[in-house]
Design a protein. Structure first.
Length: 445
């Protein structure tokens, strides 16, 4: 009984270990892994943290700038005594203490504009992070679909090879009975060799597609990766969706469009900053100071440090008005460049919106086209399956040749592969249309 329990426990852990080793990766898992381990995503996260620090610095610019200084000085050598008008050797020690500050009162809105620029830069960083994640997700989806296609193509090729092997055995037996000739057997044997080559080719293509998928996922190359070939049930949409409605939704949710809007706002604010530099600026300044002196030679009748520190205490306050007059046209040139940058941002926004509208039109058309193709391909696969079964029975009855059987089998395999490819394309285009409709492919953390 104890031995049976130990063997059962070993078998259980072995089964668990085997299941862990053969973990199947779904599309969502691959996308999440790709985004979380993308160097571009991690880099953008750090860039966004810098945007946060820039905003904090812009907020701090509204507060006074305060500084303190401490200095020590010693004087030694000959000097004229004002009472006796004679030279004397003396050494003095003095040190001073100062605390000062400056507060901007008016700068034509430069600080406010810079604060708004920092806020927009931070929001733009969030949109840029989402765009990077979306691009990584779309690339991973395409690579995943290719891997699934070749994985399922391997299954179709194996099934075709098994059927060819069974047909070859039947034909060889029929040759022994004198029902079939050597030519038919040779033709079927050639077909089996071709099916064997097709299987090997699909296996090689699958391995290559997995390597590509690992590259997009930033997945270790030396570790196995098994994709889940279970395709969710495809439901072709029956609702009539207009590209214009999807386009209006994309204007509010697409990160690329959001970035172009932020860049245009930033360009306008930068022009405001450069224009404000042409006007006067007003600032308030003030501070306190004190000092201490001590004679190092002769009799020292100087007051104590505490007494001098209090008696020499002073303070000041003032207002500074700075009026720009001429700086070699530096500010004027910067203002002209800022105006040109606004035009550049506007043209880029128009181009981005035009490309977005074209992409939506194409994605919608491709999705609906693939939906129609799936219906036709399903009918074609059923017809080819029936035709192949009839051809196989007629071949066994001696009514058709091996060439007819080979042609029918190839048509069936091609239609099955075409249906699989069309289903995967429809799935990708559906996800892309949903993405333009504001449904994110993956949420950024």
């Amino acid at each position: 009984m104890k031995r049976f329990f130990i063997l059962s426990l070993i078998g259980f852990y072995t089964s668990c270990f085997a299941n862990a080793q053969t973990q199947m990766w779904s599309m969502e898992a691959c996308i999440r892994y790709a985004v979380d381990n993308s160097p571009k995503t991690k880099q953008q996260v750090l860039i966004n943290s810098n945007y946060k620090y820039d905003q904090q610095s812009a907020v701090a610019s509204f507060f006074p700038s305060i500084g303190a200084s401490v200095g020590v000085q010693t004087n030694f050598g000959r000097s004229i005594d004002p009472e006796t008008n004679t030279y004397s050797n003396s050494s003095n020690l003095s040190n001073g203490y100062e605390l000062s500050g400056t507060l901007p009162l008016f700068d034509s809105g430069q600080l406010i504009s810079k604060l708004q620029i920092s806020k927009i830069a931070r929001m733009n960083g969030v949109a840029e992070l989402q765009q990077i994640a979306d691009q990584q997700a779309l690339s991973t989806m395409q690579a995943y679909a290719d891997a699934v296609y070749y994985r399922k193509a391997i299954e179709l090729a194996k099934r075709k090879l098994e059927e060819s092997s069974v047909t070859l055995r039947k034909a060889s037996r029929m040759e022994e009975l004198g029902v079939k000739g050597k030519a038919d057997v040779a033709q079927i044997e050639a077909q089996r060799a071709e099916d064997d080559y097709t299987l090997t080719h699909m296996q090689n293509m699958y391995e290559a597609s997995v390597i590509t998928l690992k590259d997009y996922m930033n997945y270790p190359v030396d570790q196995p990766l098994e994709v889940d070939t279970l395709i969710p049930e495809l439901r072709t949409t029956s609702a009539i969706e207009g590209a214009s409605e999807i386009y209006q939704t994309a204007l509010e949710s697409n990160p690329v469009v959001i970035q172009t809007a932020y860049k245009l706002q930033t360009a306008k604010l930068e022009r405001r900053v450069e224009r404000a530099k042409l006007f006067p600026s007003l600032s308030l300044f003030g501070g306190v100071n004190t000092y201490y002196n001590k004679t190092l030679t002769g009799e020292n009748n100087m007051p104590a440090f505490g007494s001098q520190f209090r008696n020499n205490f002073g303070q000041w306050v003032g207002i500074s008005l700075r009026i720009p007059i001429f700086d070699g046209l530096t500010k004027r040139t910067a203002l002209n460049k800022a105006r040109a940058n606004i035009k550049i941002a506007e043209y880029k926004q128009k181009e981005t919106l035009r490309q977005l509208q074209t992409e939506i039109e194409k994605a919608l058309q491709d999705r609906d086209g693939f939906a129609k193709e799936i219906i036709q391909m399903q009918k074609q696969v059923k017809a080819n399956e029936m035709a192949y079964q009839i051809t196989a029975r007629k071949f066994e009855s001696g009514l058709l040749s091996a060439i007819d059987l080979q042609t029918s089998g190839n048509k069936l395999l091609q239609s099955q592969a075409a249906l699989l490819q069309t289903e995967l394309k429809y799935m990708l285009k559906s996800r892309l249309v949903d993405y333009y409709k504001g449904i994110p492919i993956i949420e950024t953390k």
